[in-house]
Design a protein around this ligand. Structure first.
Ligand SMILES: Nc1ncnc2c1ncn2[C@@H]1O[C@H](COP(=O)(O)OP(=O)(O)OP(=O)(O)O)[C@@H](O)[C@H]1O
Ligand SMILES: [Mg+2]
Length: 501
């Protein structure tokens, strides 16, 4: 018979002490609650410790990046794996923002190495340092050198697009072939317009763009072989009916020449080694291949040659994305195996600030018909760089590049950056403090008589939408250190200094 029915009092459950013990004098109250020690172990080792074991906050999927700064857990992350396998991000792209010298290129190199292990081909579209040449060489890839006297990239070369279109037509894929040709045409037009924008510091007019568009069509129809910019100039000068029609010269040759005068001058400058040299006006010296890793080494272009640098970056992006498009179209038609690419665009700010309307050009050059299996990484310094663009339209579009990135990785950034950054991606106060602390200047190492390592080197916050960021420290392995030294010239110099009598 139960105690309740008999009216007897229900036995009380033994009381448990609260978190700080029995509160009160002489009862052992603890003023300080110590955090429990944490250890890491495999599920095989710690499975019996239930309920004291917790999983890591981030998935163990992707290229191993390093250790979580607070828990020491391994953090794996790359845009392709997080998009395809973990389904954590909406599109396979990453935007990296941090002060110079923090290790942005090094972090992306790590991702590229990890992804190469998964069979993804890294394409480094424009290496200004060079940061990636050693890695791509170590991976057995193609190194394409560009710059004055180093190598040429003909921007009117449709590359593999025409050959691929022929291949597609032969296999009965007429629609895909036409798409590929249309795409090649669009990219060439965008590139010529971009070069004119850089040259003049303002975009070409609508009429000029229509004239160029028609001139490229005339060139495709009448020219045998691969055209160069001089051929385009010749078409503009010979004034075929199609060009005169879009120029609306009303039957007057004088009027046509007046309208095309500026265009002619700019094209002459591009073909005769003007400010942008002849880098883009000569036949391509080393065509890009789609079956192996590749890097465009543009480190030979001097820092002071900022217009040529920007133009080279754009040309590399255009060529690289065209190659990826060809590979994907052929794979979708079942004519080739599906390849995956990791496209790296470092030093984005250098191209964006080279003229108004450049964000648009970047947007159209880097858009792909088929995004499946292509991861992109864009690297820039700060939001202030993007917000310093001349027009409001450009600024909005540049912010859009950050907003649309599937994943944003931030390193040390100055406090003034935080309000700007927050307009694109929301960061908590603690996260902001962390990033600001990583931007502190390095101390002085008195023992070795040189600057100590900057406190933020190799430290990044991986941020996906509104989720809490994952702070990680990228630790380089011995093999990486051998191919990762971006300060080679300095070391060579100091060695000479030491060896001198
Ligand atoms: N995790 C790391 N551990 C040790 N050294 C590192 C690490 N990350 C970067 N470094 C070193 O720091 C230097 C600068 O790195 P890196 O070129 O990647 O920086 P960055 O942010 O890309 O600079 P910039 O803005 O100038 O392009 C290099 O010498 C590199 O070897
Ligand atoms: Mg870098």
């Amino acid at each position: 018979m139960s105690a309740n029915r008999s009216g007897a009092a229900k036995p009380r459950a033994p009381r448990r002490p609260p978190m700080r013990g029995w509160i009160g004098r002489g009862r052992g109250e603890a003023y300080l609650v110590q955090a429990a020690d944490e250890w890491r172990g495999t599920t095989v080792q710690v499975c019996g410790l239930w309920p004291f074991s917790v999983g890591t906050g981030a998935p163990m999927i992707g290229a191993p990046m390093g250790r979580h700064l607070f828990t020491g857990a391994t953090v794996c992350c790359d845009p392709i794996s997080w998009f395809q396998r973990a389904q954590l991000i909406g599109n396979p792209s990453v935007m990296v923002l941090a002060k110079p010298g923090i290790g942005k290129s090094t972090a992306i190199r790590r991702m590229a190495t990890g992804l190469a292990g998964y069979g993804v081909l890294p394409f480094v579209l424009g290496d200004l340092k060079p940061d990636y040449v050693d890695l791509i060489e170590a991976l057995g890839g193609q190194v394409i050198r560009l710059g004055r006297g180093r190598g040429y990239l003909n921007i009117l070369d449709p590359g593999q697009a025409l050959e691929a279109a022929r291949h597609l037509r032969a296999a009965g894929h007429e629609k895909e072939a036409a798409e590929l040709e249309g795409d090649a045409h669009g990219r060439r037009l965008t590139m010529v317009s971009a070069l004119l924008t850089i040259l003049r510091k303002q975009p070409p007019t609508d009429v000029e763009e229509s004239i160029l568009d028609q001139a490229l069509r005339v060139l495709d129809r009448d020219h045998t072989g691969v055209p160069v910019l001089a051929d385009l100039l010749r078409v503009v000068q010979t004034a075929p009916a199609e060009l005169r029609e879009v120029a609306v010269d009303r039957g007057s040759m004088e009027e046509y020449q007046r309208i095309t005068r500026g265009l002619e001058q700019s094209l002459i400058s591009l073909t005769r080694g003007g400010r942008l040299g002849e880098t883009f006006a000569q036949p391509t010296t080393n065509p890009m291949r789609r079956d192996r890793p590749a890097v465009y080494d543009i480190s030979g272009i001097k820092e002071t040659d900022s217009d040529l640098r920007a133009a080279a970056l754009l040309a590399c992006w255009s060529n690289g994305f065209a190659t990826v498009n060809v590979a994907h179209t052929l794979a979708a038609a079942g004519l080739e195996a599906q390849r995956h690419y990791f496209v790296i665009m470092d030093e984005l700010w250098q191209a964006l600030r080279s003229g108004s309307g450049m964000v648009d050009r970047v947007d159209s050059l880097t858009r792909l018909n088929r995004t499946l299996g292509v991861g992109t990484a864009m690297i820039t310094h700060t939001m202030s760089d993007l917000m310093a663009l001349p027009t409001e339209e450009d600024r909005m579009k540049a912010r859009g590049l950050v907003e649309r990135a599937g994943m944003v990785i931030c390193g040390g950034l100055p406090p003034a950056e935080m309000p700007l950054l927050n307009t694109a991606v929301p960061f908590s106060r603690a996260e902001q403090d962390l990033m600001v602390s990583w931007s502190d200047p390095p101390g002085w190492d008195a023992t070795h008589g040189r600057e100590a390592e900057p406190p933020g080197r190799g430290k990044f916050l991986i941020k996906v939408g509104g989720r809490p960021g994952i702070p990680v420290r990228v630790e380089l392995t011995a093999a990486e250190l051998a191919v990762n030294d971006t300060n080679k010239l300095w070391h060579a110099q100091s060695r000479i200094g030491l060896e001198a009598p």
